[in-house]
Design a protein around this ligand. Structure first.
Ligand code: 0GY
Length: 306
């Protein structure tokens, strides 16, 4: 045990008492994007981190999963832990097979280390292109990693902002393994949903047969959590983008809570309300089943049928 870390100034902690969702997720639902942070006295944060969060433990994550009515999690390595995947792996191993992990690795990772991660339940690596979060590795190093993981049948989770896709897509097109895109490629939701930026994104998804996480409205919204102010649903300005992605790619969309919502600065979402938004963009039981059960099960538990 070490001393608990001191949070970054202004850090917002995750919502302590989320409402019970009115929308019942179908049996077998997967939260395909969430994180654990520490606890920092047990799993210290990385020296190279760009922020220091509150703790968000595996037990708190699993309690939220149960409260929201999900069955499984995909735990994505958070940048505050750098390439030390210990906390994430500890959570995946403690899940009795109900969680998979996405790791961060360096190009000099050994085959033995990769195999150990695989045996623990890791099924991919994350490449992060947000400068406020990481000093992104050169493309040559990322390509080395991509080739190393290919034989394990893993995929690459890519995190970038919409305006950067034009510069990055040539590199992404060369990746030799399946691609999973975080948060719909972070579109500018004040731009038209049928405008050139989002159209570029949709064509990129189509060309690569990529998976897309319809997640993180609380980070994309400009108008904010209007439901807290009497509107019928939260983050309403994100809905056209979510709907478009689900309509165009019903068999390759995933949903994630993004708990514990790192680096939000103006509010912290009630995770129950975030779940209640799902029917706004997946309006039929068939679409809900694909988004929440069939698609993530095919990607992360491929030996099962859903
Ligand atoms: C997210 C988003 C963020 C942070 C991280 O790994 C991370 O530090 O993912 C963010 O700040 O946008 O995907 O949860």
């Amino acid at each position: 045990m070490t001393t608990p870390a001191v949070k970054s100034p202004g850090w917002l902690d995750w919502y302590p008492d989320p409402s019970a969702p009115r929308f019942a997720m179908p049996t077998g639902a997967v939260d395909a994007h969430c994180h654990v942070f520490g606890p920092s006295d047990q799993f210290p944060f990385a020296d190279e981190r760009k922020y220091t969060p509150c703790d968000a433990s595996k037990d708190q994550l699993f309690a939220l999963r149960d409260h929201l009515g999900a069955t499984r999690n995909v735990i994505v390595q958070a940048t505050c832990h750098g390439a030390d995947n210990t906390a994430m792996v500890d959570a995946v191993e403690a899940s009795s097979g109900t969680a998979r992990g996405i790791a961060t690795v360096r190009p000099d990772v050994t085959d033995t280390e990769l195999r150990t991660l695989h045996d623990a339940g890791v099924r991919g690596v994350r490449f992060n292109f947000l400068r406020r979060l990481v000093d992104t590795a050169p493309e040559s190093e990322l390509l080395t990693i991509a080739k190393r993981i290919e034989r394990l049948g893993w995929h690459i989770v890519i995190y970038f902002e919409g305006q950067d896709l034009a510069d990055l897509e040539g590199f992404f097109d060369t990746l030799p393994v399946p691609i999973v895109i975080d948060h719909m490629g972070r579109p500018d939701v004040t731009a038209p949903v049928d405008g050139p930026e989002f159209d570029r994104f949709l064509r990129f998804v189509d060309r690569n047969n990529a998976w897309v996480k319809v997640s993180c409205p609380e980070r994309l919204t400009v108008i904010g959590p209007a439901a807290l102010h009497g509107e019928s649903s939260a983050y309403i300005d994100v809905v056209p983008f979510e709907r478009k992605v689900v309509d165009e790619f019903p068999d390759s969309v995933l949903w994630g809570s993004d708990w514990p919502h790192p680096n939000l600065t103006d509010h912290m979402p009630d995770d129950g309300l975030v779940v209640d938004r799902i029917p706004l963009f997946a309006p039929t039981p068939e679409l809900q089943h694909k988004l929440l059960v069939a698609n993530p099960t095919r990607l992360y538990w491929p030996n099962e049928t859903a």
